[in-house]
Ligand binder design. Structure first.
Ligand SMILES: [Zn+2]
Length: 140
């Protein structure tokens, strides 16, 4: 079956990130010179301008920073079965923020600072999308 929704197109900076997602690992860059973590991937460190970069596997744990609830499917024929859904910014344990979806709970249950963990949604042979779900209170 064809995946009808927009897909990310890996570029030279993000290809390693998407390869990580494909194997269900959340990879982010860490500056080799100053240790700053960054996402999205880029050619140099925004803190110190170094081009010397490592990739690390993030813990996959984050907290909800901000979110919206999408209720109007655009385009309708592609998203009508998904609404309402949550588009969120989460703050990774390592520091960078990531735009994602919150899944695994009703939109009304999302709160600021809510602990979440990454889950990967394999949508094509090439692309697995990182989304986040609440961490149960007993597992925090
Ligand atoms: Zn740096």
């Amino acid at each position: 079956m064809t995946y009808a929704k927009p897909l990310p197109v890996p570029d030279p900076d993000s290809a390693h990130f998407w390869a990580g997602c494909r194997s269900h690992r959340l990879l982010i860059q860490r500056c080799h010179a100053c240790g700053t973590h960054r996402f999205p991937a880029g050619p140099f460190c925004p803190a110190c301008r170094s081009r010397d970069t490592d990739w690390i596997e993030a813990s996959g744990r984050a907290t909800v920073f901000s979110w919206i609830v999408v209720r109007h499917p655009v385009p309708r024929e592609v998203y009508q079965d998904d609404v309402p859904y949550v588009v969120a910014l989460v703050t990774l344990e390592e520091g960078p923020r990531m735009a994602t979806n919150i899944v695994g709970c009703p939109p009304e249950a999302v709160t600021a600072g809510m602990p979440v963990e990454v889950v990967f949604d394999t949508v094509t042979a090439e692309i697995a999308l990182p989304r986040f779900r609440p961490i149960p209170a007993g597992a925090r």
